[in-house]
Design a protein around this ligand. Structure first.
Ligand SMILES: *Cc1c(COP(=O)(O)O)cnc(C)c1O
Length: 219
């Protein structure tokens, strides 16, 4: 399949999954995860019409997207990887949505920098639903207090994000994240990747993060 065909295939699968769950197609945003993908594939995706992209590293994203931004002013860039506080300035300048707010020091740094740059970006809190020690995200039991803390700093928290543990049923984690979001009164759910985005849509995902199924295997 050409990249254009792959793009339309994923779009069709998202639309079908939305219909199947009685949801509107417009309620699900496809985030094309372009990390570690060659420039030519990204250009092809832009030409196919995709405008929302996800990256997990600030430096890599800055190098790649600064010039493309000038050509495609309607781009939206989502940071979906862990963020170190020393990269907050670049991240706030470059990205439009931050999915990985996961600790107080980061929330503080983001709030301060967004104020400084006058860029009050929408943010999501990453939840470590599988309580994996090596994975970012806060524990579900700490979510209410952390959410309150973020709001107190003036952060615009719009939803929750998770990455289910490899080898576990993703659906359990998606259902859990949906429950947490409802409890917190949050509308946005960033969940579902190449292997499981249709399941995520059935559980209410509003943003699916699809990389390899869209672009092909990464370098
Ligand atoms: C890489 C990545 C994805 C995309 O993964 P694929 O399996 O290639 O679709 C989604 N979310 C996050 C946080 C990632 O780091």
């Amino acid at each position: 399949m050409t990249l254009t065909a792959q793009y339309h295939d994923i779009q069709n699968r998202i639309a079908a999954a939305a219909v199947e769950s009685g949801r509107a197609r417009a309620d699900v945003t496809l985030i094309a995860v372009s990390k570690q993908q060659p420039e030519a594939r990204i250009t092809a995706m832009l030409e196919a019409g995709q405008r929302v992209f996800g990256e997990n590293r600030v430096q890599e994203a800055k190098q790649r997207w600064t010039s493309l931004r000038a050509v495609y002013p309607d781009l939206a860039l989502h940071l979906i990887g862990p963020l170190q506080t020393n990269k907050v300035r670049d991240a706030v300048a470059l990205f439009d949505v931050i999915h990985t707010v996961d600790r107080e020091s980061l929330a503080l740094a983001l709030a301060k920098e967004m104020q400084k740059q006058n860029r009050p970006l929408p943010c999501l809190i990453q939840v470590n639903t599988g309580l994996e020690p090596q994975k970012s995200g806060i524990a579900a039991q700490d979510l209410p207090a952390f959410h309150t803390f973020c709001r107190g700093q003036g952060l615009n928290i719009i939803g929750l994000m998770c990455i289910p543990p490899v080898g576990e049923q993703a659906a359990l984690h998606f259902g859990f994240l949906l429950t947490l979001a409802r409890q917190e009164g949050l509308a946005q759910l960033s969940m579902g990747m190449s292997e499981d985005f249709e399941t995520a849509i059935a559980f209410g995902a509003t943003m699916v993060r699809v990389g390899s199924a869209l672009f092909g295997a990464r370098d």
